[in-house]
Design a protein around this ligand. Structure first.
Ligand code: MG
Length: 272
């Protein structure tokens, strides 16, 4: 499939959708606490998304029954919110928000720590956040998709964490999922070249143990095979002439543009 290149006007539309998703995610992050059910997160996402003027892209997608994915502890991704799943002190939970607004989609997620989280899990969360930042820093016109995965895998390997290979980032814009796939492992100089106008997600999933995963009986929930915990962070980014623009940020005044040398930036979610 040909890689879609979005004009600056189209990228402005994707930016608005991604900012709405980021605002929803930030609002949810402020409210998470022990005793909250993941179904409550789903209700908040519906309300917040509507307040932003958008629609939850995930609701009904291939039959997905909720407006958000909530992935707790050993769940890698695609967890379905439930009334009987309550957040407990020491948990980590990823909240993955995708918003459709004005015909465009924006996608972002963060992993939140509930109360006091054990040191290894906290380190997993912080390293995953850092891995996303490293992946974003590899994006510029003329770089390769493989550069992104290589940068992420280097950060994970430094800490001895696994990188999930079964699920990838993806092009996004007029549809929630488009080409290219953005794998979170890779080799520098391999894969499609990045060009101005490409818009995609980077969403590394790191694991405390082995990265092998399986899909639960509900047909959606992805868990680690070894039962050890997984964390994920995600941004929607655009390749721009200056390097990379992170679109899924709450600051409405500007999308964060950075040159390749500016490797670190705030990722807009609560720290452990
Ligand atoms: Mg995504």
């Amino acid at each position: 499939m040909a890689l879609k290149l979005y004009s600056s006007a189209e990228r402005a539309g994707i930016l608005r959708a991604a900012q709405a998703a980021a605002a929803t995610l930030a609002a949810i992050g402020e409210r998470l606490a022990p005793g909250i059910s993941t179904a409550q997160i789903d209700r908040w996402v519906r309300e917040e998304t509507a307040r932003q003027g958008g629609r939850p892209s995930q609701l009904g997608y291939h039959g997905f029954p909720a407006s958000v994915c909530t992935s707790r502890n050993d769940v890698v991704c695609h967890g379905i919110p439930r009334e009987d799943e309550l957040l407990a002190p020491g948990d980590i939970v990823n909240v993955d928000v995708t918003t459709e607004l004005g015909g465009f989609h924006g996608d972002t997620s963060a992993t939140f720590c509930i109360g006091d989280v054990a040191a290894p899990a906290r380190r997993l969360v912080e390293t995953t956040r850092e891995a996303l930042a490293a992946g974003i820093a590899a994006v510029r016109p003329g770089a390769f998709v493989g550069d992104i995965g290589a940068a992420i895998a280097r950060v994970a390997a430094r800490e001895g964490f696994g990188v999930v290979r079964d699920y990838c980032g993806h092009g996004i814009g007029r549809s929630m999922h488009e080409s290219p796939q953005i794998c979170h492992v890779g080799r520098r100089g391999e894969g499609p070249r990045l060009r101005v106008g490409m818009v995609f997600t980077i969403e590394p999933m790191l694991t405390l143990g082995e990265p092998a995963s399986w899909v639960d009986r509900d047909g959606w929930t992805v868990r680690t095979v070894d039962g050890r915990w997984s964390a994920q962070f995600e941004h929607t980014v655009a390749v721009v002439e200056e390097g990379v623009a992170v679109l899924s940020v709450t600051d409405s005044s500007t999308s964060r543009c950075q040159r390749r040398s500016d490797s670190r930036q705030p990722l807009g979610s609560r720290r452990c």
